[in-house]
Design a protein around this ligand. Structure first.
Ligand code: FAD
Length: 699
């Protein structure tokens, strides 16, 4: 009945790290099974589509990067649609659905998608489907999967409405008129009887990439007494369900081993964001005591002979390799232990069914197997469902196969969350748990994301100590758990800790001491662009800094810089400075006791410190966290921030601290300005906009 309808839609994606692209590809694949044809393009390929003349529905998948920026690939598009000369009905002909990707750990959640959505609306475009905002913090799939499920019905409704407008067949009209009465229900997943009439032919559905699989292996049903589900074991109802599993992604990479030798690519060739610098580590100091819960290290880099430059408050990126033992284990499981040093050539498989298949940008065309596993692929990444789906095909044991199918199925969504996403299970954990799973190398290259360089805040001032850069980090530790037999350290911090172990200075907190044995170890770094976390341009402006734990790091740079300026410019007027610092114990993780020197020489005017785990002997309860201390100084915060046009900087842990601090500031604004909470939140938003309330936070 609908076969005469034109079922093309335009599918645009704007991706930074490949997630939006992968989701668009998933939509593209599923479209065929729904009798639809997606014309898919990266949003930057503006010569391949034209929204001005587009008559078919448009689907946009767009991620968010940095501090709420759209991906780089969307910049040109945004510039174009932001043109102030465009009339408000410029896109009045356009019907679109938008899926935004983001991470609620960051302040401007899904801002890339929201920005495009808002602007399209301003230009008269209309939603044919409600906007979806997916949160990587809790799992993109929680929104993405149902959004894609609902998309097909919404698209069909959009086609029908379009046909109705065009005065098409009376049969279609009869159905679409019942839909047009309530166009806003496009997101509804329960189909009305009229809509069910629109269901595609059975044959079409069968060619679908969504496969319903009946449970055939009775042995896999949980036996009595085996009632707890785990990574490898399921219980009813999942174990007894027919499963809807995702389509098998088409393979698209071919790996050829080569007999020839040569050089691996330079690390700098793996970075597209800017110039890399290989610099020696000249000092390593453990800032915490042995009995502290976390171990914090300060490293010094010698950047004197490089063109690397920074301002206090900048962050930079450290390129890190995967753990040697994990790479070896992976090679062993792949049956390629002997071939680690062989060169491979990575190409797109001839005749692949994947649309627009290209070699992943982060994988060089040629390099040794070890180089690619060590420097290019994030082998610790949590495997996505599409990867699990692909792994099913490489698993010989029927029980293991079934469990992998469950974990990527709709019915097993909550098992995926509990046993894979939440405990951060990685490929190696899976391969250990499912020993009959033997993936091919090309599958790893297709599914493992780019090994990202890690950001670190600079903890020094180039003015104060030219040619030397400090940074501070906690060694990230992941304890063993039921899904992971061994404890692990963070990829970058674990590697750095091992690298500098011979150099580590035993005298904690002795920052001026020369290092232990001299080191020849070098690391590769590059600058992080677009940072606004800088000192006020006018030194007479007062500012407050909030940096518990390693969040104090950039403020050491601020203070060093300020100290040097004060010395060099005795005639300048300098604004008041405040620092709120917090840690667990005064004697174990008070990272920079030297703060006192800044106080004594007048660089720092107010130092407020709290200890969350030290018991107090004082009668009145001591504030535990920085946000509690800030509340105690409500009047001063209001004065500096609201009356004196000062700056407020927050750095460190997003989850447990930054939100608490902004809540405290909102409460202070309410109290001191006698406004309600909504008004106070608006004021804070304005301060953020004016770049006077600045955050540099990470999870
Ligand atoms: P990874 O191996 O990347 O592990 C951390 C990740 O593992 C987490 O992202 C999480 O997804 C996952 N994970 C969490 N729990 C578990 C678990 N139980 N098991 C397995 N995996 C788990 N850090 C600093 O210490 N100092 C800084 O100055 C600093 N500045 C930063 C500035 C910016 C702008 C940003 C964005 C981040 C900054 N960070 C800083 C964080 C830093 O970039 C790294 O994320 C951090 O050092 C951890 O890196 P890693 O490779 O050791 O850990």
């Amino acid at each position: 009945m609908c076969c005469d309808l034109k079922r093309r839609f335009l599918l645009l994606y704007a991706t930074q790290k490949g997630q939006a692209k992968a989701i668009a590809e998933e939509i593209w694949q599923q479209a065929g099974a729904h009798g639809l044809e997606a014309d898919m393009h990266c949003i930057s390929e503006m010569d391949k589509y034209n929204l001005e003349t587009e008559k078919d529905p448009v689907v946009i998948v767009i991620s968010t990067t940095g501090t709420g920026d759209p991906p780089d690939t969307a910049r040109k598009f945004l510039r174009k649609i932001r043109d102030a000369a465009l009339p408000p009905d410029h896109f009045a002909h356009l019907q679109y659905g938008l899926l935004g990707l983001g991470d609620s750990e960051y302040t401007f959640f899904c801002n890339g998608g929201k920005t495009v959505d808002r602007r399209l609306q301003e230009l008269g475009a209309q939603h044919f489907y409600d906007t979806g905002l997916a949160d990587d913090c809790v799992g993109l799939e929680l929104v993405v999967d149902p959004w894609i499920d609902g998309l097909w019905l919404a698209l069909k409704e959009a086609f029908l409405l379009k046909k109705e407008k065009e005065g098409m067949s009376s049969n279609v009209n009869a159905v679409s008129s019942s839909l047009s009465a309530a166009p806003h229900i496009v997101n509804e997943l329960n189909l009305s009887s009229e809509v069910q009439n629109l269901k595609l032919e059975d044959g079409e559905m069968r060619s679908a990439d969504v496969l319903t699989q009946k449970l055939v292996d009775i042995d896999l049903v949980a036996t009595a007494g085996d009632t707890e589900p785990s990574l490898v074991h399921s219980v009813p109802p999942v174990s007894q369900s027919a499963l809807n599993i995702p389509a098998l992604p088409p393979e698209y990479i071919e790996v050829q081993f080569q007999d020839t030798h040569g050089e691996n690519p330079l690390l700098s060739s793996l970075v597209s964001e800017g110039t890399t610098f290989e610099v020696p580590v000249t000092k390593a100091v453990q800032l915490t005591h042995e009995d502290a819960i976390k171990t914090a290290l300060l490293l010094e880099l010698d950047i004197a002979d490089t063109a690397f430059d920074y301002q206090p408050g900048d962050a930079f990126c450290v390129m890190c390799p995967n753990n040697v033992n994990e790479v070896e284990e992976l090679l062993q499981i792949l049956g390629l232990s002997e071939k680690g040093d062989c060169f491979i050539c990575v190409k797109v498989k001839q005749g692949t069914k994947k649309k627009g298949a290209t070699r992943p940008q982060h994988v060089p065309e040629r390099g040794t197997l070890k180089f690619i596993l060590t420097w290019c692929l994030e082998i610790r990444a949590v495997p996505k469902k599409a990867f699990l789906r692909a792994l099913v095909e490489c698993t010989s044991d029927t029980g293991e196969k079934r469990r992998l199918q469950e974990l990527c199925s709709r019915q097993g969504a909550s098992d995926y969350t509990h046993f894979i996403r939440e405990p951060n299970v990685c490929l190696l954990d899976l391969l250990r748990a499912f020993p009959s799973c033997k993936p091919s190398l090309n599958l790893l290259i297709e599914h493992l994301p780019k090994l990202q360089a890690r950001f670190y805040s600079v903890s020094s001032s180039n003015l104060y100590q030219p040619g030397r850069l400090w940074f501070v980090f906690n060694i990230v530790e992941f304890p063993a758990c039921p899904t992971r037999a061994v404890s692990r350290k963070g990829v970058c911090t674990g590697w750095l800790a091992e690298l500098v172990a011979p150099l580590l200075h035993p005298n904690k907190n002795n920052l001026d001491a020369k290092g232990g044995s001299p080191s020849t170890e070098k690391i590769s770094i590059f600058a992080r662009p677009n940072n606004t976390f800088h000192l006020p341009a006018d030194p007479s402006v007062p500012f407050m800094m909030v940096g518990p734990g390693t969040g104090i790091s950039p403020f050491i740079g601020f203070l060093q810089h300020r100290q040097k300026l004060r010395k060099e410019h005795t005639d300048w007027k300098f604004g008041e400075t405040w620092l709120f610092f917090g840690c667990r114990h005064r004697d174990r993780d008070y990272l920079f006791k030297q703060l006192r020197c800044f106080l004594e020489n007048g660089t720092l005017n107010h130092l407020k410190v709290c200890f969350s785990r030290d018991s107090s002997t004082a009668e009145a309860a001591q504030p535990k966290y920085v946000q509690d201390v800030i509340r105690r100084y409500a009047k001063e915060v209001a004065r500096v921030l609201l009356k004196e046009g000062g700056y407020f900087y927050v750095c460190g842990d997003k989850k447990h601290m930054a939100d608490g601090v902004s809540e405290a500031v909102v409460d202070i604004i309410c109290m001191e300005m006698e406004v309600d909470k909504l008004e106070a939140m608006k004021i804070l938003a304005m301060l953020r906009e004016a770049k006077r309330y600045l955050q540099d936070v990470w999870s």
